[in-house]
Design a protein around this ligand. Structure first.
Ligand SMILES: [Zn+2]
Length: 296
């Protein structure tokens, strides 16, 4: 229960803080012949099904595993064979232990396993996380990239360095024209960048640019949080982050304090579209300021 309280404090939104997992519904959206996006609570899921095996990207929170399995069972009778974690955060890896016990092989960047193995402190959220049990840890780790040849698709998983954390992976379902960005992309929400887990705004911008290069106007883009996106929406996200972070970097160089930077409202024209989610404009500015300050 203590762990659950910690999980809920991560999403300090009034609506989510009250959340009872028993009320969460898993919704399924078909994106191609073999790829689906599933949403519930926590990070968005990606799913590839077909003649070979069930491949799942992220697994939200442990109490949701039966509902996620039930949603998958409506598409295929096969069990989940692979789980790919986009990064170590518990709203993306909470189902690992359950799915591992059920026979899935858990795959992630090596830093995901490292961070899940130890206690972490997410500085910006003032939150301590416990080491995960052995059964929740990825059993296959990679350093730069790995490809899964499944279900008629080529599922290319690439590490994007120092982005939302130090262990992010972006997943390209190449034949299907779908990209899962993990938390390097929050669609229609100011993104959280976990500075204390090695995240940098430059890395998030680079991850967005990489996905823009690998996509076209028909590509469907699954963000870590927020609704399914188009390439144009990912471009708008990249431009928003580049514009705001450049302003804050300039102000830091000019010796402005955090309070002065907040007062200058460097996010003003973006707030209506991006500022109503997990981070309000002031918190977003504070997060970027501290991230950029550390990177100097
Ligand atoms: Zn995250």
């Amino acid at each position: 229960m203590r762990r659950l309280a910690l999980l809920l404090s991560f999403f300090a939104l009034p609506a989510v803080a009250q959340q009872d997992f028993s009320k969460v519904e898993i919704r399924t959206e078909k994106l191609s012949d073999t790829v689906y996006m599933l949403t519930g609570a926590g990070g968005n899921l990606g799913l590839s099904v077909g003649e070979d095996a069930v491949f799942l990207v992220d697994d939200q929170f442990a109490p949701l595993t039966p509902k996620i399995e039930a949603a998958i069972a409506k598409i295929t009778p096969k069990p989940v064979k692979f789980v790919l974690n986009t990064h170590w955060h518990f709203d993306h890896t909470g189902g690992n232990e359950n799915l591992g016990k059920a026979g899935a092989l858990i795959v992630a960047h090596e830093n995901v396993r490292k961070r899940m193995s130890v206690e972490n402190f997410i500085d910006f959220l003032g939150m301590k996380t416990k080491p995960d049990p052995r059964g929740a840890l990825p059993v296959v780790t990679f350093t730069s990239d790995v490809t899964f040849h499944l279900n008629g698709d080529e599922i290319y998983v690439v590490h994007v360095p120092k982005a939302h954390t130090d262990g992010d992976a972006v997943v390209h379902f190449r034949k299907s024209g779908v990209i899962h960005m993990g938390d390097t992309f929050f669609n229609k929400l100011y993104p959280f960048i976990d500075t204390s887990s090695g995240g940098t705004v430059e890395g998030v911008i680079a991850a967005a640019e990489g996905a823009l290069q690998a996509s076209n106007e028909r590509t469907k883009i699954i963000p870590g949080h927020g609704p399914l996106a188009t390439r144009a929406e990912l471009q708008a996200y990249r431009d928003m982050l580049a514009t705001i972070s450049a302003r804050i970097r300039d102000q830091l160089r000019a010796g402005r304090t955090l309070e002065q930077v907040k007062a200058a409202k460097p996010t003003a024209e973006f707030d209506a579209a991006w500022g109503k989610g997990f981070l309000n404009p002031d918190r977003f500015v504070e997060m970027l300021y501290k991230n950029l300050e550390k990177a100097r």
